[in-house]
Ligand binder design. Structure first.
Ligand SMILES: Nc1nc2c(ncn2[C@@H]2O[C@H](COP(=O)(O)OP(=O)(O)O)[C@@H](O)[C@H]2O)c(=O)[nH]1
Ligand SMILES: [Mg+2]
Length: 245
């Protein structure tokens, strides 16, 4: 795994922007505390866990780990993200985030790699950064074959139809809050990640990709690990790509 940037690395960025992390979580009581604990200390001002009717202790474990826990009654990954964005947008300006980082709650991402995700934005080179598992180190079995194929197909269509050069629809990503609001995100479930990338390409947003590591999740997958989830996600991703053309 790559060497993590030291604290004084950020000294060059005079006023560190406010960074909030949004983590959609559904029945992730075994992993959520690990995810929160692995976020580099002092890097972010708030960790927002959006819990969707979890039947386990996800909410209690997340708040005990220091996160702000929001309950999103309507199921769906996108809906959880929209709930987190609405919460951040409702904050008074001085405490409203400048940058949002999205992260999954199953400990398959490496939160300690967040400084790399942020670097192109902090350096003023990009307004959105996707953590690419295709460019990074992936533990075997961390992504299902249908997931690898689905990402290849979606990123190929984004290249052909939008002229965009993405290699993954990875969940671990960072974006300027103003850019995120400009995109006008709508999707409430599986089309969220590709909607953001399709709209960013369409609106000529400056984006970058950085390689991120990926490992097998803790617990059970709600999307790619289930036939229903994979089919629904595949269908919604393709639909979303053509919807925003
Ligand atoms: N809040 C919320 N989170 C969800 C929902 N479905 C999945 N998630 C979370 O979204 C992330 C990705 O889901 P996951 O099951 O890991 O999908 P996979 O990585 O594609 O296999 C995890 O943190 C899940 O807990 C949902 O309906 N609501
Ligand atoms: Mg996962």
């Amino acid at each position: 795994m790559r060497q993590i940037a030291s604290d004084n690395y950020f000294q060059q960025f005079c006023a560190m922007p406010l960074i909030h992390v949004i983590i959609p979580a559904y029945n992730e009581e075994k992993s959520i505390a690990h995810v929160i604990a692995a976020i580099p200390a002092g890097l972010v001002q708030e960790v927002i866990v959006v819990n969707n009717n979890s039947s386990d202790q996800t909410a209690a474990v997340a708040s005990a780990a220091g996160a702000t826990v929001l309950d999103a009654p309507i199921p769906g990954y996108g809906n959880a993200c929209l709930t987190g964005i609405a919460y951040a947008a409702a904050k008074p300006v001085p405490t409203r985030p400048d940058i949002i980082v999205f992260l999954d709650g199953d400990f398959s991402d490496f939160p300690e790699e967040m400084p790399y995700l942020l670097q192109p934005i902090l350096a003023g080179q990009a307004d959105m950064v996707i953590g690419s598992r295709a460019l990074g180190q992936r533990e075997s079995g961390s992504m299902m074959p249908q997931q690898i194929f689905g990402n290849w197909l979606a990123t190929t269509l984004l290249r052909w139809l939008y002229g965009a050069s993405f290699t993954d629809l990875g969940p671990f990503r960072a974006i300027r809050f103003s850019t995120l609001q400009q995109l006008g995100m709508r999707d409430r479930n599986y089309g969220w990640t590709v909607e953001m990338q399709a709209k960013a390409a369409k609106q000529k947003i400056r984006y970058a990709e950085v390689p991120v590591s990926y490992r097998r999740r803790i617990g059970v997958s709600k999307v790619s690990g289930t036939v229903k989830g994979s089919v629904m996600a595949g269908y919604k991703i393709i639909l979303t790509i053509f919807k925003y053309l």
